[in-house]
Design a protein around this ligand. Structure first.
Ligand SMILES: Nc1nc2c(ncn2[C@@H]2O[C@H](COP(=O)(O)OP(=O)(O)OP(=O)(O)O)[C@@H](O)[C@H]2O)c(=O)[nH]1
Ligand SMILES: [Zn+2]
Length: 313
């Protein structure tokens, strides 16, 4: 009888971090800093950037045998699909700018997705050198400056060295996903913290596509030689679907609303119309100031309605 080929025990397999992904295949980095193109074994081991994996070499490529348990997974979900950005994050850095004008809806959605996975968000507002638009954007961010850890003002082009230092103070030793709308300065930020980063991405996508001119969707960069601080660059800030969030969980994921949601008369209060609601009287109106901004409350109501109507794919 032929001897059956048995798979090696997981403990004997090599370890790696997923540093780029493109469709079904991805690039992993070994502890020695080598890069290997890997394919998942079956559908189960679909890996995303930031995943720690166990893999096995096969000729000059590799097979991912297991994805280690994730600390968190930052993703968005609409009616058609789920997009996973990255796993095992310490921070999501949302970079917006004085210009182009940012969408508060998108910002609120990305913050909710981070909160749902218990990932600490950092908001940065770039282009402080554009004085008047910056002032307007800064004022629009008042509710966000009160929540979280404030908003970091930047001028990546005009004061790169100072901004580099303040970003490193926040991000050193951490793994951070950088998100932002087009034109806010994401490439400028990544190149400031990781000189040559974009050239590196070019090489990786070339390896992945064997000469085809497509770019990788998400990429990992080490900021330091010791490989302790990492940035992850990912497109896709637009159309930030939150279908995976239960409507009744929404208030708990918006810190300014959550703060007052425990004072409601009904335990299942939606904070939309109920008598004895702790949230509604705290919302600012044209005649009354309040700790909850009218815009934030409106976003809450719209999202609640949207999530209540969702259909799972
Ligand atoms: N005035 C000003 N312009 C800046 C600043 N930082 C970046 N920019 C400019 O803003 C534009 C967009 O910057 P990018 O870094 O390419 O932005 P991005 O977010 O990567 O944009 P996409 O490539 O479209 O995703 C460029 O023309 C930059 O030179 C800044 O601090 N002040
Ligand atoms: Zn309520």
């Amino acid at each position: 009888m032929a001897k059956q080929h048995s798979a090696p025990a997981i403990a004997e397999l090599d370890v790696g971090i997923v540093i780029a992904s493109h469709g079904r295949h991805c690039v992993i980095e070994t502890p020695d800093g080598e890069h290997v193109i890997c394919h998942p074994r079956g559908k189960k081991s679909q890996a995303v950037v930031g995943d720690r994996v166990r893999w096995q070499a096969s000729e000059d490529e590799g097979t991912i045998e297991r994805v280690e348990t994730r600390r968190n997974l930052f993703y968005r979900q609409d009616e058609i699909r789920t997009k996973s950005f990255a796993a095992n994050l310490d921070h999501v850095l949302i970079l917006i700018a004085a210009e182009p004008e940012f969408s508060e809806h998108q910002l609120a959605r990305a913050l909710i997705a981070a909160e749902a996975e218990r990932i600490a968000p950092v908001i940065a507002l770039n282009k402080s050198d554009l004085v008047a638009p910056f002032e307007r954007a800064w004022a629009r961010l008042a509710p966000y400056r009160r929540m979280h850890h404030g908003v970091l003002p930047l001028s990546l082009k005009a004061s790169g060295a100072v901004d580099r230092a303040s970003l490193l103070k926040l991000l050193t030793g951490k793994t951070t996903l950088v998100l932002g709308p087009s034109g806010a300065g994401k490439s400028t930020l990544i190149n400031l913290l990781v000189p040559g980063a974009l050239a590196q991405t070019g090489e990786i996508s070339k390896a992945l596509n064997a000469g085809k001119h497509t770019t990788t969707s998400t990429s990992w960069y080490w900021v330091d030689k010791a490989s302790e601080t990492a940035l992850i660059d990912s497109p896709g800030f637009q159309e930030f679907g939150l279908n995976h969030i239960e409507p009744m969980k929404l208030a708990g994921l918006m810190p300014d609303i959550a703060e007052h949601a425990s004072n409601c008369k009904f335990y299942n209060c939606t904070h939309l119309h109920e008598p004895g609601c702790g949230v509604i009287p705290q919302v600012e109106t044209t005649t009354q100031t309040g700790p909850i901004s009218a815009t934030r409350y409106k976003i809450y109501g719209e999202l609640f309605a949207e999530l209540s109507q969702r259909r799972f794919p």
